[in-house]
Design a protein around this ligand. Structure first.
Ligand code: BES
Ligand code: MN
Ligand code: ZN
Length: 502
């Protein structure tokens, strides 16, 4: 969508639809809502008086302006309690409003950014603009799919932001630029995750990563099966060995601070389809496992945004990618494999494959010089039991590094919740026959998965993000339409940007 900034009076703008806001605990309309209300002869306040508009969060009321003003329609979006308003909620509200408008067939959408919250010093203008634009861009995302083009499929072409003249021009531009880059990368990640498994094999994922690298001028290396064999990546090879589509290790490098030795290593789980292996998953909902490369999508697409903004920091992305399939040549329970790190692993469960490929991913990122690690993975069903779909689970071996990641996530508007890494849990993953085993039953499942990966990070500061619950939305919600959310991209981007100013 094309984004335009305007300082014209909001009621004079010719547009398909104006979006205005209303809060639950507000006595009367304010700012741009007031201006539009007056131009519409108080229709909005009338509906408020009649309790048809309550201002509940996400409530949508669409009015037709019938020639009273040049704008054809007015959409009133509820923001909930004003006292509980956050940038996150503004992003979600804009997502809901813009998606609603798009479904109605609106092509040109206008929103007035009131100076009210800036004046109250509740938020800075950069964050507000960024939240609004991200909300509109991400909320209206649709996956192209493989249907014949539907005749009346429409998308919003133009988004006009009417700004108060008191808002600083530079702030608007910075907010807009950040939003565009972040939203582009997030949508790119959603596209990768929404692809069916046969259209997103390890080789295709590697190809997409290559395209991003070329566009953003990043170094790219794709290791194929022969390279993996030479390097002794027994864990990635082991999981991938049952598939006709060979595994790949994808590496992207952005060297923005060549004078320093600090290198952020982002490692993403790239299981392009997870059948469970020989301990096969039940048939119901198995198709969802096409999204098991959402961690890979997050780190690859974060590199797209980092490559666009070029912060003063070094970042490498490492993505072990393969299919967890079934054949005559499967990993089996009780098999022992040797990982790239040299550690041997007892396979207890072939469906606990993500941690296996990440073991090689993490060890390889360290081998390439990563000094701080973050892995992103749709790792366990157990994290969904613990946190639902509201938050990503976090496990770490370094509280300071975890605080950096948590801060980045908070600013990016992605919820993370830390789970404990008590020493007592180490016993769970002790094996009688190998250095470590990949499963110890259902107790503390997401913690087991995390600390298994942590064993390969060793002393390097490391944070594990389990996005099994947050990588996909089961229904339209806030700035996430149903399907892949692109979670992780904006946290990793924020992390790299903040680290650059260290
Ligand atoms: N890819 C799954 C985890 C998953 C579950 C992602 C639901 C998204 C939605 C992972 O590989 C897996 O199968 N985990 C098992 C591990 C168990 C066998 C130790 C799980 O969580 O059940
Ligand atoms: Mn699995
Ligand atoms: Zn998996």
């Amino acid at each position: 969508m094309n984004i335009k900034i305007s300082t014209e009076a909001i009621s004079t703008i010719a547009t398909d639809c104006l979006i205005v806001t209303y809060c639950e605990d507000q006595d009367n309309v304010k700012g741009f809502t007031k201006a539009v209300d007056e131009a519409l002869e108080h229709r909005i306040s009338q509906l408020i008086a009649e309790k048809e508009i309550k201002g509940k969060f996400g409530e949508v009321t669409l009015l037709h302006n019938w020639g009273k003003i040049p704008a054809k329609r007015t959409l009133v979006i509820g923001l909930g309690k004003e006292s509980k308003l956050t940038v996150e909620k503004v992003r979600d509200a804009m997502g809901i409003a813009a998606r609603h408008a798009q479904k109605v067939g609106i092509k040109n959408l206008t929103f007035g950014v009131s100076n009210y919250y800036v004046e109250k010093k509740l938020w800075n203008p950069v964050d507000i603009i960024q939240g609004i634009v991200e909300g509109a861009e991400l909320g209206t995302y649709t996956f192209k799919g493989y249907k014949k083009k539907e005749e009346n499929e429409v998308s919003i072409q133009e988004f006009i932001l009417v700004v108060d003249s008191a808002l600083k021009k530079e702030a608007i531009e910075v907010g807009l630029e950040r939003a565009k880059v972040a939203a582009h990368a997030t949508k790119l990640a959603r596209n990768l995750v929404n692809e069916p498994g046969n259209k997103m094999t390890p080789a295709i994922l590697a190809e997409r990563a290559k395209q991003i690298a070329h566009k953003r001028n990043l170094e790219v290396h794709i290791l194929d099966k022969a390279d993996l064999e030479e390097l002794g990546m027994g864990a990635l090879l082991g999981v991938g060995q049952a598939s006709a589509n060979e595994p790949k290790m994808i590496v992207l490098k952005y060297i923005g601070a060549p004078e320093t030795k600090e290198v952020l290593g982002f490692v993403g789980k790239g299981i392009t389809f997870d059948t469970g292996g020989i301990q096969v998953k039940p048939d119901e909902g198995m198709g969802e496992m096409k999204t098991d490369m959402a961690g890979a999508a997050a780190v690859i697409c974060a590199m797209d945004a980092i490559g666009a903004l070029r912060p003063h920091v070094n970042v490498i992305a490492v993505v072990p990618a393969c299919e967890n399939m079934i054949s005559g040549n499967n990993l089996k329970p009780a098999d022992v494999i040797t990982s790239f790190s040299g550690k041997t692993i007892e396979i207890v469960h072939t469906d606990a494959e993500g941690r296996l490929i990440l073991a090689d991913g993490i060890a390889y990122a360290k081998h390439l010089g990563a000094t701080k690690l973050v892995d992103v993975a749709t790792l366990t069903g157990s994290v969904i039991s613990a946190l639902g779909r509201e938050a990503t689970g976090l496990i770490t071996n370094d509280e300071e590094w975890a605080n950096e990641v948590k801060t980045a996530a908070r600013i990016a508007g992605e919820k993370v919740w830390q789970l404990p890494n008590y020493e007592e849990y180490q016993e769970y993953i002790e094996s009688e026959i190998a250095d470590i085993k990949n499963d110890a039953g259902p107790a503390a499942g997401c913690i087991q998965g995390g600390i298994f990966i942590g064993a390969f990070a060793e002393d390097t500061p490391w944070v594990h993000l389990d996005i099994a619950g947050t990588a996909t939305a089961k229904k339209d919600k806030g700035h996430h339409p149903k399907g892949a959310t692109g979670v992780g991209v904006r946290t990793l981007l924020k992390l790299a940007i903040r680290y650059a100013s260290h």
